[in-house]
Write a protein that binds this ligand. Structure first.
Ligand SMILES: [Zn+2]
Length: 411
């Protein structure tokens, strides 16, 4: 029991961190900027108050370390400090504040852990400033491509130069690679960014897997024509074909448990009020926690697209442009998080994460686990993003129970 409302304490720190933002609606905090620097100062104050030893690594990751016994492995926790443009005050940064407060609470109670804990605040997860992301966790896992240092932001500044200007040494990145033998695992706390927990009446949920993603570029080609003179029966309307495909995609995803599908961008040519559409280029994205299910859906939809095109006399070109495998969470960490939830009087609800997280990259290093908090109306990447203090209190409570019960054996 405690006399402190830890959710309120978290909100106080998050309010201060939200002020570390470019001006304008919501929070805009991009990596290697004055706003990033300001957030690091606040996080350093928080971590030091919690009794952690603070350092900044060459990737711009702020590390708050609670030492364990000599030679004990370390549990890594945390999330990202950066936001999207005009984003919210919780995405990423809440996952840094909550575990630090959990460690503060354990230390206040005089509870020593049989392992070390490091809370990490990664510089860049969103990939908004540079056309790359997840540098912090990729460096730790030895998966970072040094060629990305030459990528430029929209002002033409190279990542390498932005880091140097921030006081970091990009050449030191390869040396940050961790030995998996020293790492117990990685646990990230994050807001759900969707409405599932709220609708289920749950404050928290345990992630089963981070969904894999595949993207396709699809072009349907018919014949552009005068909309006043071409009879309906003779048209080869590419947009009508794209509409039929869109509905087929929606129906398949609605009928397939775990599958999410989206046609998010359409280009119609010639694109005039009096022209029958001659060509439509569209993007199709599929997500699922199960790679085999997602791959099957991709194949099935390619067949559906062919059938629609053939019946309508349209040409079809469909190419897979991107694929990223799902990241299953470690069974031992899922079980430990579920046990901690039940120990704190909550249901242990399982759910997949449709969004990608730092956890996806950390899985290249060690076993991973994730705990999601409900967020109001599922709103995220928006100034109205909100996590109530009781959900944050529950997350801190659960993190404490998880840490108290975890044993430093291989997961
Ligand atoms: Zn995030």
């Amino acid at each position: 029991m405690t006399d402190i409302d830890w959710g309120q304490v978290a909100q106080g720190w998050l309010d201060r961190l939200a002020a570390c933002s470019e001006s304008g609606p919501g929070v805009t905090r991009l990596p290697f900027t004055p706003e990033h620097r300001a957030a690091l100062a606040v996080l350093t104050e928080l971590m030091e108050q919690a009794g952690l030893t603070v350092s900044l690594d060459a990737a711009g990751t702020l590390i708050g370390r609670l030492a364990g016994p000599a030679d004990a492995p370390v549990l890594l926790m945390g999330s990202h400090q950066d936001s999207v443009r005009e984003g919210g005050a919780y995405d990423g940064i809440m996952g840094v504040v909550l575990p630090v407060l959990a460690l503060a609470w354990l230390q206040r109670d005089g509870h020593a852990l049989p392992f070390g804990v490091e809370v990490l605040a990664f510089a860049d997860e969103e990939g908004v400033r540079f056309p790359t992301a997840l540098m912090g966790p990729r460096v730790l896992a030895g998966q970072f491509d040094m060629a990305a240092l030459d990528l430029r932001d929209r002002d033409g500044i190279r990542l390498r130069d932005a880091m140097q200007h921030f006081g970091l040494d990009p050449e030191a990145l390869p040396g940050l690679r961790r030995d998996p033998a020293d790492v117990l695992g990685w646990v990230e706390l994050h807001l759900e960014q969707g409405p599932v927990l709220e609708q289920a009446g749950q404050a928290l949920g345990v992630v089963t897997a981070i969904c894999g993603i595949e993207r396709h570029s699809v072009t349907l080609t018919g014949m552009a024509a005068h909309a006043g003179t071409m009879p309906m029966a003779l048209r080869r309307d590419a947009l009508a074909g794209a509409a039929e495909l869109t509905l087929a995609v929606e129906a398949m995803a609605r009928d397939t448990e775990g599958l999410l599908a989206n046609i998010g961008a359409l280009q119609v040519r010639p694109g005039a009020v009096n022209a029958v559409p001659g060509e439509v280029a569209l993007t199709l994205e599929l997500r699922a926690p199960d790679d085999a299910l997602r791959a099957q859906a991709g194949d099935d939809l390619a067949q559906r697209a062919q059938a629609i095109a053939a019946r309508r006399g349209l040409g079809l070109a469909m190419t897979r442009t991107y694929a990223q495998a799902a990241t299953p969470c470690a069974l031992a960490l899922r079980a430990a998080l579920g046990d901690a939830l039940r120990a704190c009087g909550h249901d242990a609800m399982d759910l997949p994460s449709g969004a990608t997280h730092d956890t996806s990259a950390m899985a290249e290093l060690c076993p991973v686990g994730m705990l999601l908090t409900r967020c109001q109306s599922g709103i995220s990447h928006h100034p109205d993003e909100y996590v109530d203090t009781s959900a944050m209190s529950a997350a801190i409570d659960t993190a404490c129970a998880f840490l108290r019960n975890l044993r430093p054996k291989p997961l």
